[in-house]
Write a protein that binds this ligand. Sequence first.
Ligand code: ASP
Length: 430
Amino acid sequence: MTSPGRFPRVAAKPSRRIIVGIWFAIPLWKRVVGALLLGVVAGLVWGPGAESIKIVGDVFIAFIKMLVVPLIFLSVVSGVASIGDLRKLGSVGWRALLLFLLTSQVAVWLGLALGTVFTPGLGVDTSAIVRGDPPAPSEATWRDMLLGVIPQSPVQVMADANVLPLIVFALLVGVGIVMAKEEGGPVARLFDSGAVVMQKVTILVMELTPFGVFALMAWVAGTLGRDALVALAQVVALNYLGCFLIIGLVYASLIRFVAKLPVVDFFRGMADAIAVAYSTASSSATLPVTLRCTQRNLGVSAPTSSFVVSLGATINMDGTAMYLGLATLFGAQLFGVPLDLGDYILVSVLATLGSIGAAGIPGSGLIMMALVFGAVGVPLETIAFVAGIDRIMDMMRTATNVTGDGTVTTTVAALVGDIDRGEMISADDV
Ligand code: ASP
């Protein structure tokens, strides 16, 4: 902010003031959704040239990524310290983990069911598909994964923006503050104040959302591989159908019947996060927006939301789990690999693990396919067929993953009485 005394004030033209006034009078979520739709139209009209404005989207993503580490660290420490009672933390934690696990199991079996009923891999014209480069399969073993959760060097973890060990470190610092009682007071206040400051920075960055979302949508719509899209239309449609079913049935039911909250208000409150997730295809990059939506629009307390949302952005990916199930059947049908019930069960376990292990970045679901395919004998070549159009499916998976984080956070908060229902109803003026 410039102080009035320092710079000569240039009066804004009345017309400009009116435009700015109208812009800010529209709630942010409406501006974001509008930008998303306009971006698609612009991309379709403009074609591949729309790539030139992708930089606007990249700048936006870079800004929200900037928030991830300080926001998670400060808000999880301050959240845990202010919960004070570690039993409360435990009761939030186990409920969240149980819901994460349950929803991802439902999601994988839904993917397997859609793949079995609609057989998207039969009769595909593979000659129309320019094969993409399959990403190098992840070589991480479960030992690496386990060690990877431990923040050996907290500074390194922050520098790498490695969210899971960062949460572990933040949790431990929060617990340390609680154990230190009065002596921990100054540190607790420092983190509280830091968390509030970062929330204000988030508000500033979120004003860029409509521009970033517009540019990213124009780029995707303008540069999509249309031939591959036609050849693989069925698998793309099933990916969307599966995600819509998870959102419309599983999440809506949790909100309506378990959290006992109005479903429409929930989705309206989450609109910014869903739009950012859809356009960036990254749950991690969306994390600051998800945090803000759950706290500001849905009325979830800061301690619970920072803990559950951060955890969810890393380990809860129902869209990805569903897609892994669906893609396995797609590959099996494409290459004529018979799968029995034992294989289905193996896929359901591995796809859940894969969705937990997948990083919240674009295309990570694709990497996890290798894990599942290898176990049931589906050729890894399948990945090459879908790689070229993965983005459009990834966007919907990510929107589902992020909606799932919001659903579980809100449901757990409602179960432990950590939600301000009045706040949620007023989501209108977000
Ligand atoms: N891009 C997704 C996410 O960030 C993961 C995936 O590729 O399915 O949630």
